[in-house]
Design a protein around this ligand. Structure first.
Ligand code: ZN
Length: 409
């Protein structure tokens, strides 16, 4: 994969990002326009602020989080990141805003309580255009120097994609396509869970797409958007596909976690992607009920994709001998993707994790069909993520429309 310059970001040594290569900044984001209009939504400000005279470091916006902020020397601040609860997957999220009444050079030191950093810092003035920020990692302390000024500067673990971003995205899609954007249910704190649907009355088969179970997994979201846009495009292939298959997209399953800037869990401190068996949480309960109702109404769930991020690009699949229909379907699709993306190595990891409550297992166990966890690397080049997603959607549509026999290799 073409993320060589980005791999220099590995948080394992003293790395000054800008000295790695001029491209490393360009790769992620220099004019990479994705992200949210960051509005000053009211958020409780307690320990999550350093409002000390000239300089203000605050988190009073959706997704904002830094847990604790302290002045430790002149113009030097210590920010401590704390998980919403433990045990938890190590994905320390942070997003904060720096502003000063007059230009001031400041130093920010970030540490993670009981854990270590995962995300190299990014900065933005508008929440849409992001660049990598220089930093130094010394043990568990990440240090960066910033110029605070009257113009707010956002610093975040990954690009900020807040709940509003999904709504705006869906509205744009809806205006150019015959799709429905509706509320499927509500999160435990009462935030809407939206669904997008492309439904053709002649078809009974459904592709299901899920996203953002884990709030910091932004590269998964960056893949979901172009993937869905390709499925819903006006291309001949897109139209043929939608004549045969219905599409259900639930792009943002954990809006409470997204709002709070959680590392992984929902508002009740539960990992939603471990809840697809017990259904202890309203988010998974309502999606399960909706899918059950579709099936009760004579519809069929045919395939599902759940978008996430991890350290590397990988597609977690069910094993071919797990007993689903069309056992070789995922292999055929991903082989086509591999051919369509010469610079990208498609890595498939089949796995069976019974009683783990993971969504892909739920689809296999409950509906007897394939599902995959589509994982993009945290630091994968953002343009590559989009390219791969377009090709993945194209090859998926072709594979599902072909007459190939998926019962054999
Ligand atoms: Zn995940």
């Amino acid at each position: 994969m073409k993320n060589l310059s980005f791999s220099l970001l590995a948080l394992t040594s003293y790395v000054l990002l800008s000295s790695c290569s001029a491209d490393s900044t360009a790769n992620i984001a220099s004019e990479f326009s994705v992200g949210s209009t960051i509005e000053g939504k009211t958020k409780p400000i307690s320990k999550q602020a350093c409002n000390l005279g000239n300089v203000q470091i605050t988190t009073d916006f959706a997704t904002g989080r830094m847990d604790e902020c302290r002045l430790i020397a002149k113009n030097k601040y210590l920010i401590t990141l704390v998980a919403e609860n433990t045990p938890i997957n190590s994905s320390p999220w942070y997003a904060f805003k720096v502003q000063a009444k007059k230009q001031t050079d400041i130093t920010i030191v970030m540490k993670v309580r009981g854990d270590k950093h995962r995300y190299p810092p990014k900065i933005s003035h508008d929440g849409k255009h992001w660049q990598l920020q220089k930093y130094r990692l010394n043990g568990d302390r990440l240090t960066m120097k910033l110029a605070a000024s009257t113009t707010p500067l956002f610093i975040a673990a990954q690009e900020i994609i807040n709940n509003q971003y999904y709504i705006d995205w869906a509205k744009k899609l809806k205006s150019s396509n015959s799709i429905k954007h509706e509320v499927l249910g509500y999160s435990s704190q009462g935030r809407p869970l939206y669904k997008l649907e492309s439904r053709n009355k002649l078809s009974k088969e459904w592709l299901v797409i899920l996203g953002r179970q884990h709030p910091p997994e932004i590269t998964g979201a960056l893949a979901l958007f172009p993937f869905v846009e390709t499925l819903l495009s006006d291309s001949e292939l897109g139209q043929d596909y939608r004549n045969k298959y219905n599409i259900l997209v639930i792009p943002n399953i954990n809006p409470d976690g997204v709002y709070a800037g959680n590392w992984r869990h929902n508002a009740n401190g539960v990992d939603l992607n471990r809840d697809w068996q017990n259904f202890g949480q309203v988010e998974t309960q309502q999606i399960n009920s909706y899918l059950e109702k579709l099936v009760d109404d004579g519809q069929k769930i045919t395939f599902a994709i759940d978008f996430h991020s991890t350290r590397h690009d990988v597609f977690y699949a069910m094993p071919v001998d797990y007993g689903m229909e069309n056992p070789y379907f995922v292999r055929h699709w991903l082989a086509a993707l591999d051919t369509a993306t010469p610079n990208f190595d498609v890595v498939i990891k089949p796995g069976n994790t019974p009683n783990n409550g993971v969504s892909k297992q739920y689809f296999a166990d409950k509906f007897g069909v394939h599902a995959i966890t589509y994982e993009m690397g945290d630091n994968t080049d953002r343009h590559d993520i989009i390219f791969i997603a377009h090709k993945a959607a194209d090859t998926l549509m072709k594979t599902m429309l072909s007459n190939a026999d998926h019962n054999k290799e």
